[in-house]
Design a protein around this ligand. Structure first.
Ligand code: NAP
Length: 229
């Protein structure tokens, strides 16, 4: 049985990823920064879903999750870096507060970096891994606009991180690291006017989480189609 770590699994797209991975027979570590919310979300899902606290901005919290994974399962074959914050919708880049930038990058970029640094070495020992960084087309430099500057910059940096890690792992043919855009999805972040359901948003991520051995690495996709970086 494979084990998956999902960050920000208590609601939105992360919760749906947990639901679908568990339905596919994967053991899911549903993580959330609030332990009570992780428990409540995990209890609502069928399958083997284990709640565990994880604040992606806190190195000690990442270390505690790693110790748990190593002791219980040895490795997590699937890692979904889903947790993120959007604090500057509607803010112009020339008036964005640098502290906001820092806070968003701390969660959306350094969070996934910390987690990759903690868990990919275990994948290297096993010679298998699927890492999906949940990004956004807002992070595409080709299509970059003035929308939510801190958020967009953080997703561009997450895309860069995806490329770098994939390159670092080029000698490990069965470890795949990709970025996914879920599209505009009805969640707390996406709002109620978004056209996509969480099921539709999660589909791009699930596909990359379950890639076959000859699957791609180092790409940026939505609905299975490559997006411009
Ligand atoms: P959401 O409903 O706002 O959920 C975000 C999740 O991240 C929550 O579980 C939240 O936990 C968690 N989180 C935030 N900071 C955290 C931290 N420091 N440590 C651990 N967890 C933390 O967002 P969503 O719409 O499901 O978005 C999921 C992913 O899709 C994000 O990466 C987002 O950027 C991306 N995305 C979404 C859309 C969209 O339209 N919705 C579009 C493009 C990309 P709390 O409940 O504790 O706050």
């Amino acid at each position: 049985m494979q084990t998956a770590i999902v960050t920000g699994g208590n609601r939105g797209i992360g919760l749906e990823i947990c639901r679908q991975l568990a339905a596919q027979g994967v053991r899911v570590l549903l993580t959330a920064r609030d332990a009570g919310k992780a428990e409540a979300a995990a209890n609502g899902l069928p399958g083997e879903v284990i709640a565990h606290p994880l604040d992606v901005t806190d190195g000690a919290s990442v270390d505690a999750l790693k110790a748990f994974v190593v002791k219980q399962y040895g490795v997590a074959e699937i890692l979904i870096n889903n947790a993120a914050i959007l604090l500057d919708d509607g803010v112009d880049v020339l008036s964005v507060d640098v502290e906001t930038m820092r806070e968003v990058v701390e969660t959306n970029v350094y969070g996934p970096l910390r987690i990759c640094e903690a868990f990919i070495p275990l994948m290297k020992e096993r010679g298998y891994g699927r890492v999906v960084n949940v990004s956004s087309e807002a992070g595409s430099l080709t299509n970059m606009t003035n929308y939510a500057p801190a958020y967009s910059m953080s997703k561009a940096a997450l895309n860069a991180l995806t490329r770098m890690i994939a390159d670092s792992l080029r000698g490990y043919k069965n470890i795949k690291v990709n970025a996914a855009c879920p599209g505009w999805v009805r969640t707390e972040m996406g709002g109620s006017n978004a056209p996509r359901s969480v099921e539709q948003g999660a589909a791009s991520i699930l596909q990359l989480a379950t890639l076959p051995e000859n699957g791609v690495s180092g790409g940026f996709f939505r609905d299975g189609k490559a997006l411009a970086w």
